[in-house]
Design a protein around this ligand. Structure first.
Ligand code: MN
Length: 747
């Protein structure tokens, strides 16, 4: 299939746009350079000939757009433009990496190879996927540009996501939130990170997105007036002091406004830092950039009083992703707090375009020392070199490390060691050596004895105390933030667990044999609930570790099979009714996907409410087919667990249309509600009466704490759908003394 004349025009226009962008960025200085880029364009055009994207446009438009993002929005060079143009060639056409190496260079070929592998990450099944990811990170550690081009590729796919079916949109947006947003953040690609977040929100929460956008639009005029009023006196002073600057007002992204509204539970109107003022100035060769930033700051605070606790100095200590600026919040006209950001042009370039700009200045600067990004890349490399058993876990841990900023602590000899924010003695110990971590029992922090779980602050001097017979404990996992420590502890526990597992199974078989019983699924179904185990592995390992003693095995075997677990299943399977005396505790019998729990009848897929987010009818939901059981687990669209699952196993996402809330009103769902108010006599009584008598709703649990005349509580209730829950919440709000009522979202 050939391109139509209309296609040819479209492609030629796009290509000219790229040529123009390269010219403006001055990345092709010599004729050779132009030849290089042009050859890549022709190869891409030829290779993708006749193929169209879902939107209908010729496929080759996509790689050109990705190259455009790379050069125009990120500021990458010609090799990256070439790699971007070729990024889908090996993946989607008959051309091989060797072809590219021949036609271009081994360097370009290895970049394209990295990009090709990266696209396998989310398509392969779980185990392969994790392995792919490792490979990708290896590419990252020797050429960060590959990841950046991949982010550009993702950005263009997100910009054109409208053409995709809904379940694909969920998969792609989940991957984006799960991985690409944190990566973009970590690489300092601020503008792209924001746009990705906004695009995710636009496709996942279209109504909310549109509503906020509308409100930003509606308030524009008013805001503009205020901003002018705020800036005028600053302009005057900066002009008088002969600063060359640009002052702009930046409205927060839709996503970050939405985030703030949710986090603080406030309406749009109460988001006070809706916009920030940014002053970007041209620094003179003398005095230092830092001094000049403080001079600008001083001009601003001569006019408006700063809020002392809101001063952020990211010049003395830049953020670990390279961000530098001074942020201050000042009291503007009409008693409104306004954030003011001060940066030099160089800092602004880094803040907006991240990594690429960072290199540009780095070579120019005298500080040859390793900076935050170099150190981070080194850590990634180290982590990759220590093989782990579970690559998916590695992925999760790695992701966690993307957002953290650093603290700097010192060894007894005074050597600095940088650790992520929130790091504890254990992180420090494992950072030095796995053996030290494994045997740590405490530490001297600034010469004071502290537990291994103590958190470290910048400037602490830390000496780890070890003992030969000490070893890692499961609780330690809650006290570490570095992937290195987490991995080492998990590795140890896994080894211990495996030993216990084998030993436990053996022990159980022996003990059962004493009663002439063989180990079977039926026996396990009896024992697991009796010993509070979610699955058989937990049972075996607890027996192996001596946590479960099996003293009353005799008695248990004679009892009838557990009544409790059956009731539990009835509760979760739509279409069944909840028994009145549902006095079960769901936390102890969490939904098990273990093969020992057998579904009653198999034809129709079973729908199970996810217990991580407890959706109820009326909630926006997404279904996830559990590959092992075939059950469809229903999550709320906002659920973090869902985002993780959709990112890693996107093909198991069920189309929204396929999930319909059952019309049978007999089913009840668990919802948790948080209540806060003034403590007064009888308030609990009023509350429980309203719920159980007026609304005839079953309560599962209620817990209330009261302090200083304020009471705070959580109530778990069984409701039929979101309407009945909202009706109840409205009525609770009317109770005298109640100040705040909201559903716990568990996400
Ligand atoms: Mn692509």
């Amino acid at each position: 299939m050939e391109y139509s004349p209309a296609d040819e025009i479209l492609i030629e226009e796009k290509w000219q746009e790229l040529v123009e962008a390269c010219r403006k960025a001055k990345i092709c200085r010599r004729d050779d350079d132009w030849q290089f880029v042009r050859r890549a364009y022709f190869l891409a055009k030829e290779a993708h000939k006749g193929v169209r994207r879902r939107s209908g446009e010729p496929y080759v438009i996509h790689p050109i757009e990705v190259a455009l993002i790379a050069v125009r929005e990120i500021g990458l060079g010609k090799k990256s433009v070439v790699a971007a143009l070729l990024h889908d060639v090996v993946e989607d056409t008959d051309y091989t990496v060797e072809d590219i190496a021949h036609a271009f260079s081994p360097k370009i070929a290895s970049m394209v190879d990295g990009l090709t592998k990266m696209s396998g990450v989310f398509n392969a099944d779980s185990s392969e996927q994790a392995e792919y990811f490792r490979k990708v990170l290896l590419t990252l550690s020797d050429d960060v540009r590959v990841i950046i081009i991949k982010i550009a590729d993702r950005l263009h796919n997100m910009r054109t996501l409208g053409a995709m079916p809904h379940n694909k949109q969920i998969k792609i947006t989940s991957e984006t939130i799960y991985l690409f947003v944190p990566l973009a953040y970590r690489l300092g690609l601020h503008a792209i990170k924001s746009e990705l977040e906004d695009l995710c929100m636009k496709y996942r929460f279209p109504e909310e997105y549109a509503a906020i956008q509308q409100k930003i639009e509606d308030t524009r005029g008013e805001r503009q007036q205020y901003i002018e009023r705020f800036m005028a006196p600053i302009r005057e002073v900066l002009d008088r002091n002969k600063f060359q600057y640009e002052m702009t007002a930046r409205v927060k992204s839709v996503y970050s406004i939405w985030n703030k509204m949710r986090r603080k539970e406030i309406p749009f109107e109460e988001v006070y830092d809706l916009f920030a003022i940014r002053i970007v100035f041209k620094a003179l060769p003398f005095p230092s950039e830092k001094t000049q930033c403080w001079q600008v700051y001083s001009c601003v605070t001569d006019i408006y009083t700063p809020k002392p606790d809101r001063l952020r100095d990211w010049i003395s200590i830049p953020k670990s992703n390279g961000y530098e600026a001074l942020h201050s919040t000042v009291m503007g006209p009409d008693g409104i707090w306004v954030e003011v950001q001060v940066r030099t042009e160089r800092m602004d370039d880094i803040a907006e375009r991240g990594f690429a700009a960072h290199w540009k200045y780095k070579h120019a600067s005298i500080a040859a020392e390793e900076d935050g990004l170099d150190k981070w890349l080194k850590k990634v490399r180290d982590a990759l070199n220590s093989p782990t058993e579970n690559a998916l876990e590695f992925l999760d841990n790695f992701k966690l490390s993307l957002y953290k900023s650093d603290v700097v602590v010192f060894t007894p000899k005074g050597e600095p060691q940088s650790l992520p924010y929130g790091a504890t003695v254990l992180d420090f110990a494992y950072e030095i050596h796995t053996k030290i971590g494994d045997h740590a029992i405490g530490a001297k922090i600034n010469h004071r004895t502290m537990p291994v779980t103590a958190r470290l602050n910048s400037g602490d001097q830390v000496e780890v105390i070890t003992a030969d017979n000490a070893h890692p404990k499961a609780e330690w996992l809650d006290a570490v933030v570095t992937s290195k420590a987490r991995q080492a502890i998990q590795d140890f526990l896994k080894r211990e667990h495996d030993n216990n597992l084998d030993y436990g199974m053996e022990l159980l078989q022996q003990r059962l044999a004493e009663h002439n019983v063989t180990l079977s699924g039926r026996v396990l179904r009896k024992l697991m609930p009796a010993y509070d185990c979610r699955n058989k592995d937990e049972l075996y390992s607890k027996i192996g570790a001596g946590i479960i003693k099996l003293d009353n095995l005799d008695k248990l075997l004679k009892e009838n099979s557990s009544r409790k677990i059956l009731k539990f299943w009835k509760l979760l399977i739509p279409g069944s009714t909840v028994e009145e005396d549902a006095d079960i505790d769901l936390d102890d019998e969490a939904v098990s996907l273990d093969d020992t729990v057998v579904a009653e009848d198999g034809d129709e897929p079973e729908f199970v409410m996810a217990e991580c987010c407890e959706p109820i009818p009326g909630d926006r939901v997404v279904g996830y087919r559990d590959p092992q059981s075939g059950r469809i687990i229903v999550h709320k669209s906002t659920c973090d667990t869902l985002i993780r699952l959709a990112a890693q196993f996107g093909d198991n996402i069920i189309k929204e249309e396929d999930i319909k809330w059952s019309q049978q009103k007999a089913v009840s769902y668990l919802a948790s509600v948080e209540i806060r108010g003034i403590d007064r006599t009888g308030i609990i009584l009023d509350l429980t009466k309203l719920i159980t008598q007026d609304f005839s709703i079953n309560m599962r649990a209620i817990s209330v704490q009261s302090h200083d005349g304020i009471f705070e509580g959580t109530i778990s209730i069984y409701v039929q759908d979101i309407d009945s829950l909202n009706a109840l919440l409205d009525n609770i709000r009317k109770i005298k003394g109640i100040d705040r009522v909201k559903r716990l979202l568990n996400t």
